[in-house]
Design a protein around this ligand. Structure first.
Ligand code: SF4
Length: 425
């Protein structure tokens, strides 16, 4: 009897990539592969790359080298955003056998029917303009929470971003198909779904068998709210200009959509927002935050911010700092700007020196830390619902409140995947 081939995965980057790796893994398992841990011996290794990761090239080389040491005869596949952006560069890495671009990623099972190693890597990639299909994906972070991809690609053209080049136009699943997936996930006992996409608020774009779609993100969350079995939804991230007042009102009265938003800001200076080609100014952001807090004073709000964008003077940065300082938000994700080929920002001047970028990053991370402490302290003594997770971290279990405050307590197996009213202390 022929032995099953084995496959191991490694994912770089965002939640969307993780959900896609999970789907690639299920696809290969369905076609007879046995999944292994990345640190184990396997016949095939798949690395799902990211274009945002700094030094994606270096990281990829390092991983391939590790694979070669462990399993020199194995077949190495590189896919994901970086594979779409720089297929030739990746094909030249010694030890790579196959590069799969955005259109071919989900046909991985067909590509792995023949595992013969050639003299050079095979590239299966097309122009991103020709990538139009939508492939649904979901992952389990553990069995309590799942990341469900409902949208892909982006039609915005922020001047620093390579995602539209790596993932193509905005397109999404249909509501009907999302509901089928959600029921499938609910049947596995999952309690919480994180709705994931590149530009989630743009949900509804794409065409359904040639018919133009007439659905949007607000329609989606209203439908999801009615599904039995799933008790919590989180919206992974939404652009401020796409977060409408009706959505905020709906979330405020919903028992299932958690009071937690993550809203990219990127800069608190209108000058920089303009250079970044963002589709709003800081005043709109302030309005959205005020609207959320008015309806849900307990709501967690996370903010993405980039420091060191070209042209960001000390005064512009100070403006961002003061803006964030005053804003009633809970935490930030701070990114240090780094140049990306083929983006308009690449040629913008004056460039902010690296040490200055790092310094600004540190300042905002400190501020974020203070914000999170303040937000948590505001809720001490309050009782909120916590979903406890599966992982046993040296006798400790963790969970998150509805409004995303992390809770830790001694591990109790009977609490795993249970939602419990919890007094915050
Ligand atoms: S909204 Fe801007 S930053 Fe976000 S994916 Fe689209 S182009 Fe990139």
């Amino acid at each position: 009897m022929q032995q099953s081939k084995t496959v191991a995965f490694h994912t770089l980057g965002c939640k969307l990539n993780y959900s896609e790796t999970s789907t690639l893994s299920r696809t290969l398992e369905a076609s007879g592969f046995v999944k292994k841990d990345f640190e184990e011996q396997a016949d095939v290794y798949v690395i799902n790359t990211c274009s945002v990761t700094e030094n994606a090239d270096k990281e990829c080389r390092m991983l391939v080298r590790r694979i070669q040491r462990r399993a020199p005869q194995s077949f190495v596949v590189i896919t994901g955003c970086y594979a779409q952006l720089k297929p030739e560069e990746i094909a030249n890495i010694e030890g790579v056998d196959l590069v799969l671009g955005a259109a071919e990623k989900f046909n991985i099972a067909q590509h792995l029917q023949d595992l013969t190693k050639g003299d050079s890597a095979r590239i299966c990639s097309c122009d991103i303009e020709d990538v139009s299909g939508f492939n649904s994906s979901y992952s389990h972070a553990d069995r309590t929470r799942t990341f469900l991809k409902v949208q892909d690609g982006c039609d915005y053209n922020c001047s620093f971003c390579t995602i539209p080049l790596a993932r193509g136009h905005s397109r999404s699943d249909t509501i009907d198909r999302v509901l089928i997936k959600v029921k499938e996930i609910a049947a596995q006992g999952v309690k919480e779904i994180v709705l994931t996409g590149i530009n989630l608020g743009d949900f509804g774009k794409g065409n359904d068998g040639g018919k133009q779609r007439d659905e949007n993100f607000y329609d989606l969350i209203q439908e999801l709210d009615q599904i039995e079995g799933i008790e919590r939804y989180r919206i992974s991230s939404i652009e401020p200009n796409l977060l409408s007042e009706e959505m905020i009102r709906f979330v405020a009265q919903s028992k299932k959509i958690m009071p937690h938003f993550h809203i990219p800001l990127q800069s608190g200076s209108n000058k920089i927002l303009g250079l970044m080609r963002r589709r709003y100014q800081r005043e709109l952001y302030t309005e959205r935050v005020a609207m959320i807090k008015e309806q849900m004073p307990h709501c967690a709000i996370g903010v993405d911010v980039i420091v060191g964008f070209p042209g960001e003077s000390k005064e512009d940065f100070q403006e961002t700092f003061e803006f964030l300082h005053e804003l009633d938000v809970s935490y930030f994700h701070v990114f240090t700007y780094s140049e990306r080929d083929n983006t308009p920002a690449f040629d913008m001047k004056p460039v902010v020196p690296i040490h200055e970028r790092q310094e600004r990053n540190k300042i905002l991370r400190n501020l974020s830390h203070q914000k999170l402490q303040y937000f948590t302290q505001q809720h001490l003594g309050a009782t909120r619902s916590v979903l406890f997770e599966t992982v046993d971290k040296n006798g400790i279990m963790e969970g998150y409140t509805d409004n995303y405050i992390k809770v830790q307590t001694p591990y109790r197996s009977e609490w795993v995947n249970k939602i419990i009213d919890w007094e915050l202390r």
